[in-house]
Design a protein around this ligand. Structure first.
Ligand code: ZN
Length: 368
């Protein structure tokens, strides 16, 4: 897939990598400030967008800032410099710098925050810790026989019919469709007030939730009828490559001290908070970048002896026992590798771009 060297091209690439449809409902991701047609050749990447980060972008001639945390999270009712994030937005607009975010959508994909955190810790055989259900939809469409191929091609191209290692998956049955055009109709076939019988084909496809809009748009463009007879229903399938957290193995196993040293050196930590050490060697480790302590039970059930995340509350530590220890490495520390990941992926796709990490430190938390 080729992308244009514009803000829109960059937004489209991010959406193909970490689809916006995978973001949590409270989140606010994608293009947040700027216009799709603005040209881009220099991209600054940061964990957070602060006023200082936008200032750095202005100073060094970047036209876009891509971040993990959305700079606009709740609705902005006024832009009068009342907070750092508002000033960041104002400065970006003044300087025509686009701001984009890939947050919980990048947490949810296999090539995303938690799986790469697991790689960073040297884990092997990594899988998603909490795969999500209900990610597939079933689309049924009724189409006149002569338009069958055009409709199939259009919806396949938009992302329908891809299941695991197969694509162009679908099911076809032939039948007779009936309809009667009423007074204001503009029918392709038949005439006003007369019931028509037409040979039609019923086609069905599986569609990932994230492709629903694109597939529907392609269907409407390719289908010859004024009213496209179609319906969606939820498929109870599970997409194993989408979900939160990751779990993997240190095949040799590590003593508690070795495990602590590995986590600290992999993430550049001087200290970390944790519950009592687990019994025996640590082989299975679950992780979740960012505030992931809600996944602790899932991590325990996965057989992990360590669950590494951040923003762990005091009372959560009481849920830990001798089988699985709970570890808090700090929010920014658990996600800092996301900047390298974004730089790598954007550079691979946009070979002529200069893509750099922000020099501005954005982590507001300091330990002394
Ligand atoms: Zn975060």
């Amino acid at each position: 897939m080729e992308y244009t060297a514009t803000v829109g091209g960059l937004a489209d690439f991010l959406n193909d990598w970490a689809p916006i449809g995978l973001a949590e409902s409270y989140d606010n991701v994608g293009l947040l400030v700027g216009r799709r047609e603005w040209p881009v050749e220099r991209v600054l990447v940061a964990l957070d967008i602060t006023e200082a980060v936008v200032e750095e972008a202005v100073q060094y001639g970047f036209q876009a800032v891509v971040a993990h945390h959305p700079v606009i999270f709740n609705g902005l009712k006024k832009l009068v410099g009342q907070s750092d994030s508002v000033r960041a937005v104002e400065r970006a607009i003044q300087s025509r710098i686009a701001l984009l975010a890939a947050h919980t959508n990048l947490d949810a994909v296999a090539d995303g925050v938690s799986v790469h955190l697991a790689h960073k810790l040297g884990l092997e055989d990594i899988r998603i810790l909490d795969p999500r259900a209900h990610q597939l939809l079933n689309l049924t469409v009724f189409v006149p026989g002569e338009a069958l191929e055009a409709v199939r091609e259009a919806v396949f191209a938009a992302g329908a019919g891809k299941v695991g290692n197969y694509d162009r998956c679908g099911f076809t049955t032939h039948g007779v469709g009936t309809f009667r055009p009423l007074e204001r109709a503009n029918p392709v076939v038949g005439s006003i007030g007369k019931e028509e019988k037409v040979d039609e084909v019923r086609i069905e496809f599986l569609v990932p939730t994230t492709r629903r809009l694109a597939v529907e748009q392609a269907l409407f463009e390719a289908h010859p009828y004024e009213v496209v007879a179609h319906f969606w229903h939820e498929h109870q399938g599970l997409l194993e490559d989408v979900g939160f957290g990751a779990v993997g193995y240190w095949p040799e196993g590590k003593t508690w001290n070795e495990a602590v040293q590995t986590v600290k050196s992999s993430l550049g930590l001087s200290s970390m908070r944790h519950s009592a050490p687990p019994e025996g060697l640590v082989t299975c480790v679950a992780v979740c970048g960012g505030s992931g302590s809600d996944l602790f039970e899932v991590a325990q059930r996965s057989g992990a002896q360590l669950f590494i995340t951040s923003d762990v509350k005091y009372h959560r530590y009481f849920d830990a026992d001798s089988r699985c220890a709970l570890v808090d490495v700090g929010h920014a520390e658990s996600e800092q590798h996301t900047v390298e990941l974004m730089i790598a992926r954007i550079s691979e796709k946009f070979r002529n771009f200069a893509v750099l990490g922000a020099e501005t430190r954005t982590n507001p938390v300091t330990t002394s």
